[in-house]
Design a binder for this molecule. Structure first.
Ligand code: CUA
Length: 356
């Protein structure tokens, strides 16, 4: 009878502790809203795991603490405890049952992974490029428009074809739940079917250098009509020949260009590189002790050979040293399509001059 009482009490305590912990997880491990179809099966798995963790923790802790407090030695009791020599049935069951539970979770996880990554009907491809420390997006099915913001139509499966230009980055929008690394030299794929319109936040989830925490981009999920309107607006962007050098410079500096602003702020806030605000004609102290007045030639040299002169307080080997090649490739690509004689470095210098 005494044994039966202990059993009933511990079962009740384990049940209460399991439910209590599970509710606590909702507060301390709260997930953001689920905004994609893929989030559905993932959240089911999360939920079952949370129950499992709550139950196992309670099972072990309740039995241990119950024994510590209820079966502790009484004052004056000097006798030895009973000698217990194992329990084969118990030991076999606590080996076999968890083995099947773990295998079961493995199979369930594999089925879920297959379901959320397999090709779906009516997919739309978006190319994602990650580089230190900026994201850019291209829409090959929409006239190859470029964007620094990820705009997606709701209720349609999006295939993200992702490439990294330098180191490993990772695409992560918590509301979509899924996450995928971008690996240099290889194209990785991620499928997302947004189900809720709204504004979200893309973050890089792989430590990728100094400005990793700032490697973010806006994500907007809109209706099919709004998406179409956005595509038309983007496609109607003026030709480079119709833009002023300053306008082109601002474009090159952004996510659709070369992403300079990921490191060089334009409003004076500190960044990985010197801010562009008030840069032109500024006196800059170099690491070798010399002082330089910033002019066209200095900026030109700094873009093409960034390690030649480093401003005091900044680090060498952070800025890519191949902008001459990158600019030339882009210039030739555009000059083949438009009647224009481009000089991207000169455009950027013209833009910097406006930031006084
Ligand atoms: Cu890119 Cu962290």
């Amino acid at each position: 009878m005494g044994r039966f009482k202990h059993l009933i009490i511990t079962i009740i305590l384990i049940a209460l502790s399991t439910v209590g912990l599970r509710l606590l997880f909702n507060v301390i491990l709260a997930l953001p809203i689920a905004a994609s179809w893929e989030a559905g099966p993932i959240d089911v798995l999360f939920n079952v795991h949370y129950w499992m963790i709550a139950f196992l923790f309670s099972l072990i802790m309740v039995l241990m603490l119950y024994s510590v407090f209820v079966f502790r030695r009484k004052d004056g009791d000097e006798t030895d405890g009973p000698h217990i020599h194992g329990n084969t049935r118990l030991e076999v069951s606590w080996t076999v049952i968890p083995t099947f539970v773990v295998i079961g979770f493995g199979v369930w996880g594999a089925i879920t992974l297959n379901e959320i990554t397999r090709p779906k009907e009516g997919e739309m491809t978006v190319n994602v490029t990650g580089k230190q420390w900026i994201w850019s997006f291209a829409y090959p099915e929409q006239d190859d428009i470029q964007s620094g913001e990820l705009v997606l139509p709701v209720d349609r499966t999006i295939v993200l074809e992702m490439n990294a230009e330098d180191v490993i980055h990772s695409f992560w929008v918590p509301e979509f739940r899924v996450k995928q690394d971008l690996v240099p030299g290889r194209t990785t794929t991620l499928r997302i079917t947004p189900t809720e319109t709204g504004a979200y936040h893309l973050r890089c989830a792989e430590i990728c250098g100094l400005n990793h925490t700032q490697m973010e981009a806006a994500v907007r999920v809109v209706s099919a009509e709004e998406f179409q309107a956005w595509v038309e607006e983007k496609s109607a962007a003026p030709a480079f020949a119709e833009m002023t050098p300053e306008e082109r410079g601002a474009f090159w500096s952004g996510a659709e260009g070369f992403g300079c602003v990921a490191c060089h702020t334009t409003d004076g806030t500190p960044g990985v590189g010197p801010t562009w605000q008030g840069l032109y004609q500024r006196q800059e102290q170099m690491t070798d002790g010399t002082t330089v007045t910033v002019d066209d030639e200095y900026i030109h040299t700094s873009i093409y050979d960034p390690n030649l002169q480093i401003v005091a307080g900044f680090n060498p080997n952070i800025m890519p040293q191949n902008y001459r090649d990158q600019f030339t490739a882009r210039e030739q690509e555009i000059e083949a399509a438009e009647a224009i004689d481009l000089d991207i470095a000169a455009d950027i210098i013209a833009y910097i001059k406006t930031l006084q």
